[in-house]
Design a protein around this ligand. Sequence first.
Ligand code: ZN
Length: 433
Amino acid sequence: MFESVEGVLNDLRAGKMVIVTDDKDREDEGDFVMLAEKARPEDINFMMREGRGLICVPLTKERAQQLGLPPMVHRNTALHETAFTISVDAIENTTTGISAQDRWQTLQVLLDPDAQAQDLARPGHLFPLVARPGGVLQRAGHTEASIDLARLALALDPGRSGHGEAGPTGPRRKAGLVPQEAGSPGQAGAQPIALLVEIVDEDGNMARGEQLEAIAEKYGLRTISVAEIIAYRRTREKLVERLTTLRFPTRYGEFELAVYQDSINHDTHLALIKGELPSDSPVLVRVHSQCLTGDIFGSLRCDCGSQLERALERINEEGCGVLVYLRQEGRGIGLKNKLLAYGLQEQGLDTVEANQSLGFKSDLREYGIGAQILRDLGVRKLRLLTNNPRKIIGLDGYGLEVEGREPIEIPANVENRHYLEAKRDKLGHLILQ
Ligand SMILES: [Zn+2]
């Protein structure tokens, strides 16, 4: 898997542009993206002529601070909180600031580690964008996608030894002056700075779907989606840290409790471990998403509380197994929104419709964190306690072999029958058969 990502990184290192698309539910657009340090005036001209959108320079918050680039506005009300800084022009060697050559001159200042705030005129014709530190794992936008791609491409560049020497295309730039966030990909000396433009078609509308494919074909460019970059990073980077492991006696039996923190939202997740976990035979596993109302208060609006209880009993009976407890309330939408959705259900919508009417996809839960916790505990093969066939799809890509599934039998009650029917009919859960 991920040959397409590797191909894109190779193209970027070679100085080529790629097309980055985002989700159909988000902006649904494609951008030309390239490494800023590889850009030539003719590439900027190509972006002006074939992209027709706004030419922007994604960079890190640290870089924006070094160059004294504050946000364009104090209170960002852009639809997707696009983090524009004040726009800039190079003070030297430019006239109008807007020609391809002038914008390239400005880009050289943004790239130069010795550049100072006073080397840039404000406002200007090039638009820096500040990426969130967590990249696409924090915000699924083109800004973050470009910086993640730049980091990944530069870190893998064999031309950069990491000994403080600039790569072959950056003789003027000294390495090692742009700080990297701890744990982020990219080696000292590489500057994750990108160049992008939205692709607008000749009629002035956003180019989408088949039009983008035709453009990619015409210019021989690779296309990658933000979702592919998210999947790539989620699979390859370690996103969980074990904070401690405790003895944990419960009324279901004796367990060990492993406490994890994820590096995306800094949420605390738990793993209740029973017995010694073998790495060569399947371990009985339950990945349970937090449901405050069901787990704690025994709400009968759902079956979470009973599933949690039954799973702990079952793992205890087995004498060996893990229950991973993920802090993603209400299928990932949070407690407040879950309860608002309950309100809508009182008005007759089912659980799936209620989430959709609040603007959420029916199930935002991500199992990557759960998969990484299981890997950290040494689990390689598992039998999953679940009624949800999608959970198996979610765990597959992380080097975990799902060798079987054991349903958790929970009888429906008068309160949750409608909810369980919606889960069965709309989300494919294997219940009430
Ligand atoms: Zn629940």
